[in-house]
Design a protein around this ligand. Structure first.
Ligand SMILES: *Cc1c(COP(=O)(O)O)cnc(C)c1O
Length: 418
């Protein structure tokens, strides 16, 4: 059956059922006929406090009654100003400038363009970007260029720009990553920037590495005057236990990308934060030096109002306590599951847990993935394995009983498919 709606990362030819969700609250989703799903992956890593958080919903409704949209070049509005001030207060110094866009991918494009513009405007153009193998930075051409090359971007590979890929710092092999970065920094072609997902490589298979390595990479970049871009689109907003993953390494990047949880996961918005050095490189009386980037909905007031409510929640509700509790509960359940003979590589980074089913070296197209996904769907569980990697990344409001149900579904899925 053909589908008028063309879904993302979906092979319509496999005719897998596509449930239609009509209502959500907390970690629960319901179809129109009342079928229940438990959202164990935060609706693709966006929902932080739970679906339809009353404060965020109220902020959206209130803003929608006042100002829907306004061009952001030459105009400004209160939700954007409040949000920018709030973000700067929450983020480490010297991150002091906020550029708005609408998705994680665009926040990465903006970060790359800021880094390249920085070097050109300083009169010392640099164009080479270093990346980490297995990374994911979005599905636009720039985002794919700095991300892992594979089956998901094969048709476009001839158009992706050339980057310097560092090996993933697997446990015990961290020095090779640092050596490769050092070599890239002292190579013939100077590096403009290094872009990394701090601590957790999400779409690349939930691969984790330690804060010492992140700190060491930052130090090498600093020593060689290479800009350090942290893509915290997924890791930001508490996923790894701290507001930013970089915090755990004592690292302050030159540029930070944030999206997903910035509105609590309710509406699309992204920001790219930059230091005064980056901003000042674009600051002059010459129009040719300005930052040439915009999208129609830059800093949409309704999205900004939702993000302001998210900041209020972080400031006024015990979010960090919820994250600590969820982290402990995840650890207990993962430890029990790790005993299963078909489970490999059980691991945790804050609120995220991950493991491989069956084959320790599976790929994104591993046959067990769709079987597990079908099993989970039948159990009313929203889990979306990356190949044979099953991971849990729930909203912070998930209850103990709900978490038990998630892990029971994973255990039965492994028994049925592993
Ligand atoms: C999801 C993600 C992106 C892309 O964000 P979109 O909003 O889907 O464009 C970029 N980087 C990382 C690390 C992500 O997890």
């Amino acid at each position: 059956m053909t589908s008028p709606v063309w879904h993302p990362f979906t092979q319509h030819g496999l005719r897998e059922p596509i449930p239609q969700i009509a209502r959500a609250e907390g970690a629960s989703l319901w179809t129109k006929d009342g079928t229940h799903f438990l959202d164990a992956i935060s609706s693709w890593w966006v929902t932080t406090h739970g679906h339809c958080h009353p404060r965020i919903m109220a902020a959206i409704a209130e803003q929608a009654g006042r100002l829907d949209q306004i061009i952001f070049a030459g105009f400004t509005h209160e939700p954007a100003e409040t949000l920018a001030a709030g973000l700067i207060a929450m983020m480490p110094e010297p991150l002091a400038h906020v550029f708005f866009s609408d998705s994680g991918s665009t926040s990465v494009e903006v970060a790359l363009k800021m880094a390249l513009g920085y070097w050109v405007n300083r009169g010392a153009p640099r164009h080479r970007i270093a990346v980490m193998e297995s990374s994911y930075h979005g599905d636009t051409i720039g985002g794919m260029s700095v991300g892992e090359r594979g089956v998901y971007n094969r048709p476009y590979q001839p158009l992706l720009f050339d980057v310097t890929a560092l090996p993933f710092p697997a446990a015990g092999a961290e020095q090779a990553t640092l050596d490769a970065l050092e070599a890239a920094c002292t190579g013939d072609e100077p590096l403009a920037a290094l872009i990394v997902e701090p601590l957790v490589l999400g779409a690349g298979g939930m691969r984790f590495y330690g804060p010492e390595t992140l700190a060491a990479m930052r130090e090498i970049c600093m020593r060689h005057n290479v800009l350090f871009i942290a893509d915290e689109v997924m890791t930001g907003w508490g996923r790894t236990g701290t507001l930013l993953a970089c915090e755990q390494a004592g690292v302050v990047p030159d540029i930070v990308c944030l999206s997903k949880g910035i509105t609590g996961g309710a509406v699309p918005l992204a920001v790219t934060l930059a230091t005064p050095e980056i901003f000042d490189a674009h600051y002059s009386t010459d129009k040719a030096d300005m930052f040439f980037h915009s999208s129609s909905y830059t800093a949409n007031p309704i999205a900004c109002a939702a993000a302001c409510a998210n900041l209020d929640i972080w400031r006024e509700e015990p979010v960090r306590e919820r994250i600590a509790t969820l982290t402990e509960r995840q650890a207990l359940r993962l430890a029990a599951l790790a005993e299963h003979p078909a489970v490999h590589g059980a691991r945790q980074a804050g609120t995220i847990t991950a493991l491989e089913v069956g084959d320790a070296n599976g790929t994104y197209l591993s046959a067990v993935g769709p079987k597990l996904a079908a099993h989970f769907r039948a159990q009313g569980m929203l889990l979306r394995p990356l190949g044979n990697t099953v991971y849990v990344m729930p909203p912070y409001c998930i209850t103990e009983a709900e978490l038990d149900a998630v892990y029971a579904a994973i255990a039965s899925g492994i028994d049925a498919c592993g």
